[in-house]
Design a protein. Structure first.
Length: 124
């Protein structure tokens, strides 16, 4: 019982210090960035983050691909690999992760192809 209280107190201290260090680092680095921009003669207020026009397309195709991969993995697990599951109780967890990764990657590749086609149209 005594060791768990000490461990909890240690974790509270470590997490608090890490949180403070992270916030301090972010503020310190952003101020240094602004100061270096001023030293080079740039106006830090004029640089604002630009909107990415295809961001929604990229996320949409990624999530559609992940959903298709998860659905296909479920179908494969419960139909094609059903006999394997009867003999082996470990399941097919790897197929779920692999299909999500493959179809998510295909979604990102489709997004890249669509963005490239649009950029080529604008360049012409």
């Amino acid at each position: 019982m005594d060791h768990t209280v000490g461990f909890v107190m240690l974790m509270v201290i470590v997490v608090s210090v890490a949180l403070f260090a992270m916030i301090f680092g972010i503020v310190y680095l952003s101020k240094r960035e602004k100061l270096s921009m001023i030293e080079r003669g740039m106006d830090p207020r004029s640089y604002k983050p630009r909107a990415a026009p295809f961001q929604n397309l990229k996320w949409g195709l990624l999530l559609i691909g992940c959903g298709l991969g998860l659905f296909l993995a479920y179908l494969l697990d419960h139909s094609l690999f059903a006999k394997m599951n009867e003999m082996d109780d470990s399941g097919n967890a790897a197929i779920y992760f692999s299909m999500i990764a493959m179809f998510g990657g295909l979604g990102l590749f489709a997004s890249y192809r669509i963005e490239k086609k649009e950029d080529d149209k604008k360049a012409d």
